[in-house]
Design a protein around this ligand. Structure first.
Ligand SMILES: [Zn+2]
Ligand SMILES: [Zn+2]
Length: 236
């Protein structure tokens, strides 16, 4: 009954071998490699319970999480990190340029109104990631713009890309998150070409649904319309 004892399932809704998606406003992903389980993005603080539930349902102890990998410092992606750190003791990794926002040394730029409603839960960063680092089979690629330290995690052999907010899915298209959240929009648009150079069969974005068809075509379409959609000066 129910699989090999001790092996457990992959927490979340399966999207590929050893990869689970825990959906919500933000997607979190579990990625199992050998005896390591990685959690990619924790979601906002309120989402931590959904992650705990996904592990319970899969019968996988939370202590199996070996590392928490953050694509960037935004609260909807890292807000649950402090809570999950308490439960798992799994070290948190993010890019050097976003680390001060994650651990609270620097206050993230946030509209005043949002600051009134959202509580920030800083979390210590154990490992700082840099472009080209390897985390298991995942390669870290620095694609700044949305935040200064935005990274994606790329599995070259399996052609799988965890893209965070560097590129997201909406209604069957690829797009960028709302411009007001971008630290440097022209740079975010520029970073798309770096993603275009990758061979991708399965895109696992921070927002939207996984994309398993025509990554190149969809990304080309975004790159073509991005100057108009995201970089045009608003008339005054
Ligand atoms: Zn973001
Ligand atoms: Zn986001």
């Amino acid at each position: 009954m129910g699989g090999i004892v001790g092996a457990g399932k992959t927490p979340g809704v399966p999207v590929s071998d050893g990869i689970g998606r825990i959906a919500g406003f933000v997607n979190s992903y579990t990625y199992v490699e050998g005896d390591q389980t990685y959690l990619i993005d924790t979601g906002a603080s309120g989402k931590a319970t959904a992650i705990v539930r996904a592990f319970n349902e899969a019968n996988v102890p939370l202590s199996r999480i070996g590392k928490m990998l953050l694509t960037h410092h935004h609260l909807d992606h890292m807000g649950g990190a402090a809570f999950l750190l308490d439960l798992t003791k799994a070290p948190i990794s993010c890019h050097a340029e976003d680390a001060p926002f994650v651990d609270g040394r620097t206050k993230a730029p946030m509209p005043l109104l949002m600051r009134l409603f959202i509580r920030v839960h800083p979390a210590p960063v154990a490992t700082v990631l840099n472009d080209g680092d390897q985390v298991g089979s995942l390669k870290v690629l620095h694609v700044p713009g949305h935040t200064p330290g935005e990274v994606v995690f790329y599995h070259a052999q399996r052609k799988i890309l965890f893209s965070g907010d560097a590129v997201v899915e909406r209604s069957g298209r690829l797009t960028l998150p709302a411009p007001r959240f971008a630290a440097n929009l022209p740079q975010a648009v520029q970073s798309l070409s770096r993603l275009r150079a990758l061979d991708v069969d399965l895109l696992l974005p921070g927002h939207g649904v996984p994309v398993s068809k025509d990554f190149d075509g969809l990304l080309d379409a975004l790159i073509r319309r991005a100057p108009d959609e995201f970089l045009r000066e608003s008339p005054d």
